[in-house]
Design a binder for this molecule. Structure first.
Ligand code: PEP
Ligand code: MG
Length: 856
């Protein structure tokens, strides 16, 4: 196994071994761009390091030394030599994890090299700045000493302090904090740094980032060791980060920031506010021109928008990194579409560039213009990541909770804030520019973010902020715009989802390419029209019980359930029938020629019953019985284990009249539509079955009822009858069941619950520990558990098709809107997925991507 590579030995196809940073540096070297030389320690070496119990083996040490030897020859510099070789040591995983891991600059500095450097540069301020920074970073990354301690020391000693004295005091501090002497030997420094970077793969923030972004823990990180170039050398030196297109709005322009006389981390740390890149045109025009040319080369070579880090040393430009840039969902779509128009990408390539999971953000629109005019503008920062967000202000990540809509407001975000950022609706920072940590991470997650709002003063003790004369306390609402950087007091009303021309075109390409049908889960005309607008091809799940929760309908079903008198039951059922018929008619009419799958009643009946005293009292009046009697009836209906109790089609076995009136309403509404010339396609679905006999019993009753309707109406409509697959037994016996139905729809919410034996309502309480301890990698109610639940789905698909060649199969659990699950459903050959209206676009794009992947 080769553990260490020179840049010239790699390329970007080797990203799995060399990491993103290493692979791209090697590629840039290959195409002749100006990059400082270096070596890469591979991810193989990282995995070996963990296998060996977190130790750097002799083999690795020898390979590193061999390659350093070559690096010294290439650069003409030497560790601790007359022309001292200084290097940066940086982590670089195969998948970009911005700000998640560690960097050490100026490694190789010691008391000897500082003298040699003085001999070369004759610039005490610069040379000692390098040395101090190195001690501080080394102490922080390798020995876990808080960086603030070093900054405080520097501040205390003041600007006038003798520089040698400053270094001596920094080393003293290092000794006090670590109990060890500062290592003077450059090679020892290097091995300690490599060890620390490998270690950082397992630090808390890296683990959380991987979990949120579903990155494989086994991947490991590479380490890039690269010759230093100095952005802090003089006024013609600097460092910057720039994108080849605007990552917020997608415009085709170089977008970025830089700082003169600064080194690496200064720019992203958000400590000094950087200059916009256009200023470089005036300050160092030649460098700007060269950068523009290189940006174009890199974008065309990588066929994607690039995020480039660069350093200028004494007027000469060097590239330190390039990667595909994170961007807002809006920019992602715009860039993909424009790159097709420019001939840079094929449609298929463009489709693969957009992460479907962030698309719902695009559908949340903007502030209403008229409302903005009336709203109180608190202040303005920079537009960090597009979108708008409304939420209660929270000043600490640990106080951001899922239950509340929140806006996290921080002085500057750090990787420790990752969890808070992921839970909050939006992010505001006081410091930092558009490439600061907060903005980059927010953009990656598709979150709205405003950065660099310097007018904000946070008072952590009183938990309030002061901004342009206003005081906003934690818990109060603000509204923020990641399009403009504006921050408003209170809740500013939002516009309807905006579906711009680029997005329309992009979705049209995805529709042309995908194989899977995309339907929606919709129970109301409002939901259905939303989903239809997003491109849903009919309704894959209409949960009839949701209709009962609307307006006063709940009292009718409550009356029906609690009534003991057959005549009262009959009357209540008739009323329910009328209400449902009207609901179905409206939905059928809206959906028109597409399929509508109506699922018959599913939840345990007690879910409909009154819980509060005033509601129980109202029930007493309606049924004319005592309060005690109502309580007794409610008690009788209560299941010990409702999810496995008297619910789903069990209700139809004990009370066939319930399903009968629903079937009657569906068919009558269809006939009414047919008479009006609408060619409806109703499909009736039975939930939660456990076997063929049960299904046949229910089906017989339903068909009898439906035939009665046809006779009475003297008209027939085509309809289909199908079942949900929600229990392991149904999946195991799918061949028997399939002969009796036209379709299967996998209810993967219940199927996950019944297969894993985990309650879908309670599992949030104990699942976090499952992820933290690596027992489960992903949340099984969000992404299909392919190995377990997925195995049953696959088996049921195969058995089902054996039993009935014509059978149609889909999925309507939450997984139907999850990209990773959609790829699985496509692979096992389902015909369609069905998801909530806001996820329809996600599903269309994910289905297109999955088809492209499967095809290739
Ligand atoms: C399911 O179980 O996956 C499903 C769609 O039904 P519900 O969520 O209504 O139980
Ligand atoms: Mg279900």
């Amino acid at each position: 196994m080769k553990r260490v590579y020179l840049f010239e030995e790699g390329n970007k196809e080797m990203i799995n071994i060399l990491g993103g940073k290493g692979g791209n540096l090697a590629e840039m070297k290959k195409i002749g761009l100006p990059i400082p030389e270096g070596i890469i320690i591979s991810t193989d070496a990282c995995r070996e390091y963990y296998k060996d119990g977190q130790t750097i083996s002799e083999k690795l040490k020898n390979e590193v030394l061999e390659q350093i030897d070559k690096l010294e020859k290439i650069t003409g510099k030497e560790f601790e030599g007359d022309r001292p070789l200084l290097v940066s040591v940086r982590s670089g995983a195969p998948v970009s994890m911005p700000g998640m891991m560690d960097t050490i600059l100026n490694l190789g500095m010691n008391d000897k090299t500082v003298e040699k450097m003085m001999g070369i540069f004759h610039n005490e301020e610069f040379v000692y700045d390098l040395y101090f920074r190195f001690i501080q970073m080394f102490a922080e990354i390798v020995m876990c000493v808080e960086k603030e301690k070093f900054f405080k020391l520097k501040e205390e000693l003041g600007k006038e302090v003798d520089r040698k004295e400053l270094i001596a005091r920094a080393k003293e501090l290092y000794g006090e904090e670590t109990g060890k002497e500062f290592p003077e030997c450059a090679k020892e420094q290097l091995f300690m740094a490599i060890d620390a970077i490998f270690n950082s793969w397992e630090n808390e923030r890296a683990k959380v980032y991987r979990r949120i972004n579903r990155i494989d823990d086994e991947m490991g990180t590479a380490v890039v060791v690269q010759e230093m170039v100095f952005g802090n050398l003089n006024e013609k030196s600097g460092t910057g980060v720039a994108f080849t297109r605007n990552p917020s709005n997608g415009d085709k322009e170089i977008f970025g920031e830089y700082l003169l006389k600064a080194q690496g981390e200064d720019i992203v740390a958000g400590i000094r506010t950087p200059e916009p890149i256009e200023r470089l045109k005036e300050q160092l025009p030649e460098v700007y021109n060269e950068f523009s040319k290189i940006a174009k080369i890199l974008e065309e070579h990588n066929k994607d928008m690039q995020d480039i880090e660069f350093t200028i040393e004494d007027g000469k430009l060097f590239l330190l990194q390039t990667r595909n840039g994170k961007r807002s969902p809006y920019a992602a779509v715009k860039i993909a579409v424009e790159m097709v128009r420019e001939g840079l990408l094929s449609k298929e390539e463009a489709i693969m560039k957009v992460d479907p999971a962030v698309l719902p953000q695009l559908l949340h629109g903007n502030f209403e213009e008229s409302a903005i005019k009336k709203a109180t503008l608190l202040g303005k920062g920079l537009a960090g990541s597009a979108g708008v967000a409304i939420g209660r202000v929270v000043f600490a990540s640990e106080r951001v909770h899922t239950k509340e809509m929140t806006i996290l407001v921080r002085e500057e975000t750090s990787p420790e804030d990752i969890k808070g950022i992921s839970l909050a609706q939006g992010i505001v920072t006081v410091k930092g520019g558009a490439t600061s940590h907060g903005a980059v991470v927010a953009r990656g997650m598709g979150k709205c973010c405003v950065t660099g709002c310097g007018a904000i003063k946070i008072d952590d003790i009183r938990r309030e902020m002061h901004i342009n004369g206003y005081t906003v306390k934690e818990g109060e609402f603000i509204s923020i715009s990641g399009y403009t950087g504006e921050i408003y007091l209170g809740k500013v009303p939002l516009t309807k989802p905006q579906f711009d021309e680029n997005l329309k075109e992009f979705v049209a390409w995805c529709k042309e390419i995908k194989r899977l049908g995309i339907r929606m889960n919709a129970d109301t005309v409002g939901d259905a029209s939303l989903g239809k607008g997003f491109g849903a091809e009919g309704i894959g799940l209409c949960r009839t019980e949701h209709m009962f929760f609307q307006k006063d309908k709940i009292w009718t079903i409550r009356g029906m359930i609690l009534s003991h008198n057959p005549e009262e039951v009959r009357l209540a059922l008739e009323k329910l029938h009328d209400m449902q018929k009207e609901d179905f008619y409206n939905i059928f009419k809206l959906v028109g020629n597409d399929v509508v799958i109506v699922r018959l009643l599913d939840p345990p009946l007690h879910e409909f019953l009154p819980k509060e005293q005033k509601d129980k009292e109202k029930m007493c009046e309606i049924l004319n019985v005592s309060y005690e009697e109502i309580e007794r009836r409610i008690r009788n209906l209560k299941d010990e284990n409702p999810m496995l109790g008297h619910r789903g089609c069990r209700l139809a076995v004990t009370r066939p009249e319930l399903y009968n009136i629903q079937a009657r309403a569906i068919i009558e509404a269809s006939i009414q539509c047919k008479r009006e010339g609408i060619d409806v396609k109703p499909e009736i679905m039975i939930p939660l079955i456990i076997g063929a006999k049960e299904l046949q019993f229910i089906k017989k009753n339903l068909i009898k009822e439906i035939e009665r309707v046809f006779e009475g109406e003297r008209m027939r409509v085509d309809y289909k009858l199908g079942t949900m697959m929600e229990t392991p037994r149904a999946c195991l016996l799918a061949d028997e069941i399939a002969t009796d139905v036209d379709f299967f729809s996998f209810g993967t919410n219940d199927l996950t619950q019944t297969t894993m034996g985990l309650s879908r309502d309670d599992s949030v309480k104990f699942m976090p520990e499952y992820y933290e301890n690596g027992i489960l990698k992903v949340e099984p109610f969000a992404t299909i558990d392919e190995r377990g639940v997925g195995k049953l789905v696959k088996l049921a698909v195969e058995l089902g098709r054996k039993g009935n060649k014509e059978i149609e199969m889909g999925v309507c659990g939450e997984h139907g809107g999850d990209p990773k699950s959609i790829e699985f459903f496509d692979r096992v050959g389902l015909n369609y997925v069905s998801c909530s209206p806001f996820r329809v676009l996600v599903a269309i794009v994910a289905a297109a991507q999955s088809h492209i992947l499967n095809k290739n």
